[in-house]
Design a protein around this ligand. Sequence first.
Ligand code: RFL
Ligand code: PHB
Length: 392
Amino acid sequence: MERTQVGIVGAGPAGLLLAHLLHAEGIDVVLLEARSRDYVENRVRAGVCEHTTVALLRDLGLADRLDREGLPHGGFSLRFDRADHRIDLAALTGRSITVYGQQEIVKDLIAARLATGQAIEFEAADVALHDLDTEAPRITWTDRDGRARELRCDVIAGCDGFHGVSRPAIPAGARTFYDHTYPFAWLGVLAKTPPSHEELIYARHERGFALHSMRSPDVTRLYLQVDPAERLEDWSDARIWDELAARLSVDGDFTLREGPLLEKSITPMRSFVTEPMRYGRLFLAGDAAHIVPPTGAKGMNLAVADVRRLAPALVALLDKNDTQLADGYAEQCLRRVWRAEHFSYYMTTMLHRAPDADPFADRLQLSQLRYTASSTAAATSLAENYVGLPFD
Ligand code: RFL
Ligand code: PHB
């Protein structure tokens, strides 16, 4: 049987960053990933990095490309009543965010790990966790050459996302789930065309929410609120552009720049939290433990915040047999998680059109938006959550 100190399941932002932090402290890690390198490096997802996420990557010397290619944004627009209402993040908080694709962070982290001579076990199939309530938990899997493998660990970190095997490995009596589904999904597209506006636009419209974001000076990222039952086949490129143009229209100057679509997908929206984020020698981090709807741009940033706490907790546990940080891990993380859950719920319900919205709900929503755009107190509350609350 193979042996390591920390077995990490999942090479998304959480698993890769945790592997990096632990390796830097001399902890031995095995990192397993169900998909291929090519797949994880090209999976289009998040785009907004909180200033705390950027600062951590810089401290670790992992931000060279992010600093060259990432787009710093000091504000964004709330678009409603056919006009833009700018939230000046920099003036309100002294901080800004950076637009840099999650898959670029994943590429940078994979390159950094391989550069230190450490491996990643891509295409690991049939991954299963065992003996989690003992001091010697195990992971079994079938590797890409079809061989059955078994790894004995001191600790397992479940970083395998919302659909992974780690969370379901916790017995039902040992955890509580908090779950909320929304009657919306996001149809997301990546378009080969320069952004139509310098900043992100979160648009509230009678036809539903739309978001204008970007990846680079030549690539735009756009989203439309759709019914979760919608099928991608029913959305031709022309229909997507027409709907985006309608929802992003303003009185005044704005032209939506169209271009070839490079990617299209539909993602349902959900809020979900697991408490505690630990069972015996299994620690959950990132989407494996909790998800938020993407409106607040918090999911990847929460994954980063989790492992930033988990790494020192595991170092203390494994090097000094000091359990204090490990015992406080879940509670500490969950404070930030629930703040992000609330913020994401607030942004989502303020900007999306519920299928059963009546004129009363519409008026409340518009009043909330007008208040946020006109009150420095309300705008500051939004802005400080959006750029990322201080870590400690
Ligand atoms: P990930 O990225 O899902 O990585 C988990 C990894 O585990 C692998 N895996 C397994 N490996 C081994 N064995 C198994 N049995 C396995 N099962 C799964 C998977 O292949 C994968 O590689 O989780 P992680 O690391 O916790 O990171 C979380 C983020 O990916 C997620 O929260 C964000 O993408 C959410 N999100 C956003 N977050 C932000 O902070 N800012 C944003 O602007 C933002 N926009 C978004 C988003 C998510 C979106 N979608 C598609 C869900 C926009 C969208 C549309
Ligand atoms: C993105 O660029 O993909 C993005 C931006 C802001 C969000 C969600 C996603 O709130």
